[in-house]
Design a protein around this ligand. Sequence first.
Ligand SMILES: [Zn+2]
Length: 285
Amino acid sequence: MKRLNLPEYTSIQSYNLCVASVLDLSLKDRLNSISGFIEQVSETYINLARVGSVHSIPPLIHPRGEDPIVISGVRKSELVKLYGYYMVDRQPGRGLYDLILVAAKEQCPFCGGIGRPKSLDHYLPKANYPQYAVLPQNLVPCCRDCNTEKSNALAAAEDEQAIHPYFDDDKFFSEQWVFATVNPTRPCSLEYFTEPPNDWSDIEKSRALNHFRDFNIGSRYSIQAADELSGLVDLRRGYLANVSAEEFSSYLASVSSSASYFPNHWKKVMYQALAKDSNFCGLPL
Ligand SMILES: [Zn+2]
């Protein structure tokens, strides 16, 4: 939904920062010995992410209770702990964690900024991809609701992948694919839906739709809009009671085209839908 700049730290810079605070010397040696592997698999991740295909990286799947070796005697739990213990809880790893988190500027990229990011989410889950547990480009600032909505189910196909805020095609961020209609209920309400441009491929259209569904964007946008809508109805019935439907529509359209909202922002889409709705512009219910 919302583009984020790619973290500038490389896989190996992040990995070394986290390994730096490991006190167990034998573990530290083993972790250091696989830094070349980490660098190599991270390069693969970045190359595949650029073409929207990280889902093709084979996940680590194992029976419950097992702790398989990922490579060269290093176990899954040791790589997962490198994140939870040495990146989240310890310096110097925590410094990088915070840098990635604040880069979202308080707006969760998955839901288009409805929520404020509270933690980092592993785009490819660390349980199945422990080799990417501390890869900055796999760590996305995420709000609590998105974290809950986003299941850890693995994407089996290209179109099941959430839109990756660091890597995916600009079209997902710069073109409009979320729209709304006004429900003439009392009070009226907004219903959001997806309608990607015709020139998108079927997979791109499907990805947008799946992202919208998986993060429950429609109902979350509607809830945001309901609050705004009641204030707007009061404004129309009060201070703006004497303006014509056309003037009110122009006012709504001007709010919608404000540069401060990205193309699929709930508010931009809301004002756009309201401006086009002659019933609403005439006399809101
Ligand atoms: Zn969110």
